[in-house]
Design a protein around this ligand. Structure first.
Ligand SMILES: [Zn+2]
Ligand SMILES: [Zn+2]
Length: 258
């Protein structure tokens, strides 16, 4: 069995300081591919650097919506250059976060649209971070997303109705361990409507360990197996069948070698 953690932050200190052991435990658990996601210029550089160390490790680069207020033309030029590295397979995470509001909405919208331009220019998929801004995110994808090939809503926290709107647009949906949480009934209803050829898995580690490991403070890719088992049960199928389907979806979405 092979699983791919399509959204993790392996450059964050909690994971980076033990990276060899983290990767070893991941492989032992059957999670044999990773996409580490950069969030600012420094993390982006570290993410691309780290991909040089592990064959099945790829990177996505972007400035997180939290930091939209810091983004200048220079930041974007640097980002675009880095995104042309052979191991960079997506632009992300980008989007809108109206929950924390660390940056003004006007800045977040501008920077989101600028990221979509870069993705279209480089023909790369986009990883969307969307919190409490579903309609606005869909609007910007509609008006500024021309030429974008593929879009995934990461850490999906919307309703089944919203999931259907995302699917209707031809987009993809990725679930974290949140789907295993007791109070995440809405997320489970959403997961039920997503077909496996549009569904991907992620840890978003070091955050949010899945049940039954929720007490483990630092989440890591090895724990993806719990989210996979949980969703295989929800879909009433064997883990092996589920894993091979979502791994195929992830490979084709991010254009990863088999
Ligand atoms: Zn995110
Ligand atoms: Zn993330």
């Amino acid at each position: 069995m092979e699983l791919i953690d399509t959204h993790c932050h392996l450059t964050f200190d909690d994971l980076a300081r033990n990276i060899d052991a983290v990767i070893e435990r991941s492989i032992a658990a059957g999670v044999t591919g990773w996409l580490t996601v950069g969030t600012d210029p420094n993390e982006n550089r570290k993410a691309v650097e780290l991909t040089q160390r592990f064959e099945n490790l790829y990177a996505a680069v972007a400035i997180h919506p939290h930091d939209a207020k810091t983004v200048t033309d220079h930041t974007l030029a640097e980002l675009k250059k880095l995104a042309q590295n052979i191991k960079v397979v997506a632009i992300g995470e980008t989007g809108l976060d109206y929950h924390y509001n660390h940056s003004l909405h006007t800045d977040q919208k501008r920077v989101f649209a600028q990221h979509l331009d870069i993705a279209a220019d480089l023909n790369l998929p986009v990883i969307i971070h969307c919190r409490k801004a579903f309609d606005e995110t869909m609007d910007i994808l509609q008006s500024c997303g021309t030429g974008i090939r593929k879009v995934v809503f990461h850490c999906f926290s919307g309703s089944a109705e919203q999931a259907k709107l995302v699917l209707d647009r031809g987009f993809y949906i990725s679930f974290t361990g949140v789907v295993t949480f007791k109070n995440a009934e809405k997320t489970r209803r959403a997961a039920e409507v997503v077909p496996l050829d549009r569904l991907m898995l992620e840890t978003d580690c070091p955050y949010m360990s899945p049940e039954p490991m929720r007490k483990q403070k630092i989440n890591e890719p090895a724990l993806l197996i719990h989210t996979a088992k949980f969703l295989a049960d929800l879909k009433k199928m064997s883990l092996a069948t589920f894993a091979s389907a979502v791994t195929a979806t992830s490979r084709s979405f991010f254009n990863l070698p088999a």
